[in-house]
Structures are given as structure tokens and as C-alpha cells.
Design a protein around this ligand. Structure first.
Ligand SMILES: C[S@@+](CC[C@H](N)C(=O)[O-])C[C@H]1O[C@@H](n2cnc3c(N)ncnc32)[C@H](O)[C@@H]1O
Length: 447
């Protein structure tokens, strides 16, 4: 979805630069209208004056998305009647005010007064009494929920139920983990730099990090940094990528000369990793989104890697496939992203329950379209950043039932994730990793 046009926002209509709170308000309103948080915040560095403002805007926007359902519940209990839909902006000012009081070190006085000031910018001075009363009321009588009760209230009901139904044993941990902040994890191009060398270089510029215990390309930073501060980032020696995502290239394990399809490639984290893992590949990277595919190009350029890039619907090979079969296919399928809530807390606002079967249909369509393009003996890696069974093990169970020529070869002798009837599931937060699913399928040789 396109980014909201800041020029059209009433908050910055007078042409002056917005404050961190104004930009956070604009961002949170846009997310509630269906825009992605990362897209909305992308222009923030140019629109805010200082690093401090940028950090504060980001803290408010991410925090709002992470806690929105709990904050709405707190607000609902304190209003005589709900606000009208046209006053979503006033409601968002209230939620951001509550967020500051509950979760930040902003002084109570500043949180209340600055929230009231935002109303002036919105042209809704009539709501000053309301905002004052609700926020001051919260200070007198805060909401006492904590631990699991608090964590569970941060999810939309349908998402919480799905997590509880799919994973009765792991649900509590998943609900808690999905609200935490994810570490910043790097991938080292081991062909050019060892992890020890990378750690040494990082330490040289004052960045503390440690080697990931389970994934041999991964380093975990002690705290997030701007990518420009990472020595070797511009040359592709280091890339930002969760450790779970770094498992894809070694699992697919392409060999020199292989013809490889990366069917849903953008923004290209795994594409570059595949080429760093094995540079001598004939790799075709597809994505149906032209703007996002451009990011694959930037990623490959950064790492000095070569591939053929094409804007195409992977589910319609007639429009792009030239007839030669592939040795390896990576299908990093579009999914609910329920495994990466830590990094993309807006997912809980953007997704609906009905999206899951629709996504499962898309995944099924892609699997069906791509399987015939794999040579006998070739391998397809199916990946999602989802923790929902319908998109993962159930999808693969269903696929394998329809395709007797598919054999599951997902490795078992690994130290990550949980073996499932089909594929392996990584649970959000386990071993500092995102929630991911992998299933590796081989096409049986013809008799
Ligand atoms: C999970 S993301 C891929 C992430 C990527 N593999 C990486 O590691 O950076 C899924 C991608 O699939 C793309 N996509 C969705 N449906 C598609 C389709 N039918 N054909 C090609 N690409 C598609 C989306 O635009 C999105 O970029």
C-alpha cells in the first residue's frame, strides 16, 4: 500500500516541520488506515531535526502498534461512550498519551500537556477537557494488568485465539515473546570475513555483539545501530537479517552452476545470502512488486552479486518461464507475518482473521505453479515467517498429499525449531530468533 502523503496531513499542513509527537500521531493514524509502519516511518529521518526526535517518534509509533489493543481496552473502560469514527485522531492522541504514561519515562506532566497540544494542531480543541480528564484519571487509577494478562491483551482476539488453538503448550511463551523487542541480528558473508573478524571490526568502532549460538553466519548486536555505522555493511560483508531467515540458504544448499529460482525475492535478504553461500549460481529472482524488486537490486549491488531480476507473478509461469527447469526453488511465500510481530508490531493492526485462509490459498497457488518447474531430483524450500499451522505444516501436508512425487527432506539433525509432522517450526523468541517455518521438498526422480 502506498505511503500516506505527509503534505496532505492536517498536522503538517502549514509547512513547518512536525514534532516527534506529531509525526508519531500521523504515523499511528496511517497504520490504522492500513499503511505499513515501516513505510510510514521511512521518511521520518528527513522530516525530524534530531536523532533524539527520531528515536522518540519511533518509540511512540512502535510502542503504539505493540500495545494498541491493550490501550484501546483501557480507554474503552474510561469513556462513557465510544468516540465517533471521525474522531479517530482524538482517540489516537489519547492512546499515545496513555502509552507515554504507562510505558515511557516521559514526565506525567509532559505526556498530558503535549497530548492536549496535539489537539490544537488537529483543530479539535473541543476535546481538551476529555483528554485531560482521561489521562489525569489514568494517573490516579492506573490499569494494573501485568505479565501474561497484559501480554495477551495486546493482541486482537482472533490472533490470540489462533495462537492458543494452534499451540496450546507454547501459547503463553508466544504471546509474551511477540510483545518483546527483537535484537538486531547481522549476517556475515563468511566467504570474505569470519565471525571473529567481524566481531573484532565491530568492537573497533565501539559496537558490542556476540556470535549467535545456533546459526553460524549470525551475530547479535547488544543494541540496534544505524546500518551506516556498521563497518562492511556498504560492501555487503554484513547484512541485517534475523537468524531464522539466515537458515534458508544453507537449507536449500545450492551447488555451483545450479539454476535457482527465488520466487518471492523482495527485498532480497535471502537472494543475496544464496549468492554469498554459492556465488556461481544462475539465479532468477522474481517479485510481483516492482518497487520492492528494486530493493533486491540494491541489496545485490551492495554485495557485488549478480542475478536476473524480473517483475512477475510467480504463480503464472506462462508469463515469465522460458522452459528450462530449476535445480533449486526458494518459495519464501507471502504470509501472515505472525512470526515477526516483534519487528513488525503493526501486523496485529493490519491483518484480519479472514486474511489467513486467503493467504493459504495464495501459498497453495504458488506451490502448485512452481512444482512443475523443478527438475526431478531438484529441491524446493518452502518458507514462511508465520506461526500459524494453516500456512505451514497443514499447507505442506495438503500439498504432499496432492503430489506423490514430493518427498520431504527437511533435516532433522539440527539444533533449531521443532520437528512437525511436516517441516520444522521455529517459535518467536526461541534462541533469539523470529517465528519461521521451513519445509524442504525433493522431487522424486522419474522411475
Ligand atoms: C516474505 S516476502 C519475501 C522476503 C524475501 N524472500 C527476503 O528474504 O528478503 C514475500 C514477497 O513475495 C512477494 N509476492 C507476493 N505474491 C507474489 C507473487 N504471486 N509472485 C511473486 N512475488 C510475490 C511480495 O511482494 C513480497 O515481496
Amino acid at each position: 500500500m502506498a505511503r500516506p502523503d505527509p503534505k496532505r496531513s492536517s498536522l503538517s499542513a502549514n509547512g513547518r516541520r512536525p514534532s516527534a509527537r506529531e509525526l508519531a500521531l500521523e504515523t499511528c493514524l496511517a497504520v490504522q488506515q492500513g499503511h505499513s509502519l515501516a513505510d510510514c516511518l521511512e521518511p521520518a529521518p528527513k522530516r525530524l531535526d534530531s536523532e533524539r526526535d527520531r528515536a522518540f517518534c519511533s518509540e511512540l509509533s512502535y510502542g503504539f502498534c505493540r500495545r494498541c489493543f491493550l490501550l484501546r481496552d483501557i480507554l474503552r473502560q474510561r469513556l462513557d461512550r465510544p468516540l465517533k469514527p471521525r474522531d479517530r485522531d482524538v482517540e489516537t492522541v489519547l492512546l499515545l498519551g496513555l502509552y507515554q504514561l504507562r510505558y515511557t519515562r516521559v514526565s506525567d506532566h509532559a505526556a498530558v500537556n503535549e497530548s492536549v497540544k496535539l489537539l490544537q494542531q488537529l483543530g479539535k480543541r473541543w476535546a481538551r477537557g476529555l483528554v485531560n480528564a482521561v489521562l489525569r484519571g489514568y494517573l490516579r487509577q492506573p490499569d494494573r494488568r501485568c505479565g501474561l494478562e497484559e501480554a495477551a491483551a495486546c493482541y486482537p482476539g482472533w490472533m490470540r485465539r489462533r495462537i492458543e488453538q494452534d499451540w496450546p503448550e507454547q501459547a503463553d511463551d508466544l504471546l509474551l515473546a511477540g510483545n518483546r523487542r527483537a535484537p538486531m541480528t547481522l549476517r556475515v558473508d563468511l566467504a570474505r570475513l569470519s565471525r571473529e573478524q567481524a566481531l573484532h571490526r565491530l568492537a573497533g568502532v565501539g559496537i558490542e555483539a556476540h556470535a549467535h549460538a545456533r546459526v553460524d553466519t549470525a551475530l547479535v548486536l547488544d543494541r540496534p545501530r544505524a546500518v551506516d555505522a556498521l563497518p562492511g555493511f556498504a560492501q555487503g560483508l554484513l547484512s541485517v537479517q534475523d537468524a531464522a531467515a539466515q537458515l534458508a540458504a544453507p537449507l536449500l544448499d545450492p551447488r555451483p552452476g545450479d539454476r535457482v529460482l527465488d520466487a518471492c525475492a523482495a527485498p532480497g535478504g535471502k537472494t543475496l545470502h544464496l549468492l554469498q553461500y554459492c556465488p556461481d549460481l544462475d539465479l532468477l529472482a522474481l517479485d510481483k512488486d516492482a518497487e520492492r524488486l528494486q530493493r533486491v537490486r540494491e541489496n545485490l549491488d551492495r554485495g557485488g552479486a549478480q542475478a536476473c531480476l524480473r517483475v512477475a507473478d510467480a504463480g503464472e509461469p506462462d508469463s515469465w518461464h522460458e522452459g528450462r527447469s530449476f535445480d533449486r526453488i526458494l518459495l519464501d511465500a507471502p504470509c501472515s507475518a505472525s512470526g515477526i510481530l516483534r519487528r513488525h508490531p503493526d501486523i496485529r493492526l493490519l491483518r484480519q482473521d479472514a486474511d489467513i485462509p486467503a493467504l493459504a490459498n495464495q501459498q497453495r497457488r504458488l506451490l502448485e505453479a512452481l512444482w512443475p518447474l523443478l527438475r526431478p531430483g531438484g529441491r524446493l524450500l518452502y518458507a514462511t515467517c508465520s506461526i500459524f499451522r494453516e500456512e505451514n505444516e497443514l499447507q505442506i501436508a495438503d500439498f504432499m498429499q496432492r503430489h506423490p512425487d514430493s518427498v520431504e527432506v527437511t533435516p532433522n539433525a539440527v539444533q533449531w525449531g521443532e520437528k512437525r509432522p511436516f517441516g520444522r517450526q521455529l517459535f518467536t523468541g526461541d534462541q533469539d530468533m523470529d517465528g519461521f517455518f521451513y519445509a524442504l521438498l525433493e522431487k522424486a526422480e522419474s522411475p
